[in-house]
Design a protein around this ligand. Structure first.
Ligand SMILES: Cc1cc2nc3c(=O)[nH]c(=O)nc-3n(C[C@H](O)[C@H](O)[C@H](O)COP(=O)(O)O)c2cc1C
Length: 178
């Protein structure tokens, strides 16, 4: 059972999560391919797909959404898992008392839940380095805004590797169950 892990990442945090999901599924005995969405031309070689993206402004990156649209018909015929890397900081509950993973869900989760054969989705905490080179127009503009919003985001690596591995083990279990 061949598994594709396809991801969209601006600064590498989501790539790291995709790679850890990949190495966990490999250790579980599945043949795994981990690739940026832009490098995947065909999903029909794979029996299952895990698709993930960094979240920016409450959305998946455009490349991930474009991938899902481009391969819509083939994705709908196979089991799909979705993930996002996004929230920053140590707080797991927001000011309204909501689970931060829930309130950070990118809009695409709901959209693709209706359209694809989605077997599971998950939001992972992300990583942010305010010293990183701005990528894309939005970040370049932000650098010049008053108060430098890039610099005011919580800095650090908040990815929880145990959580990533546990989610990947869950996928392995479901794949084995068929
Ligand atoms: C300008 C900007 C906007 C962001 N917007 C969101 C957001 O709406 N929701 C969220 O959960 N995280 C948001 N984040 C945090 C990123 O998703 C997080 O840093 C992620 O791990 C980056 O992944 P990448 O390194 O793969 O690009 C934002 C970060 C930046 C710099």
């Amino acid at each position: 059972m061949n598994v594709l892990i396809a991801y969209a990442s601006k600064h590498g945090a989501t790539q790291g999560i995709a790679e850890r999901i990949g190495s966990t599924l490999t250790a579980e005995g599945f043949p795994v391919t981990v690739r940026p969405v832009e490098e995947v031309d065909d999903v029909t070689h794979y029996d299952a797909v895990v698709l993930g993206s960094a979240a920016y402004a409450l959305h998946w990156m455009h490349a991930a959404t474009a991938f899902a649209k481009r391969h819509h018909r083939d994705l709908a015929e196979r089991p799909v898992w979705l993930f996002a890397s996004g929230p920053l900081g140590e707080d797991t509950v927001d000011k309204e008392g909501r689970d931060v993973r829930e309130s950070s869900e990118p809009r695409e989760f709901d959209k693709f839940a209706d359209e694809l054969n989605v077997r599971g989705d998950h939001v992972f905490f992300g990583k942010w380095d305010p010293e990183s080179e701005p990528v894309g127009l939005m970040e370049k503009i932000m650098e010049h805004l008053p108060g430098n919003p890039r610099g005011s985001l919580p800095a650090g690596d908040f990815r929880d590797w145990d959580e990533v591995e546990a989610w990947a083990h869950g996928i392995a279990e479901e794949l084995r169950a068929g």
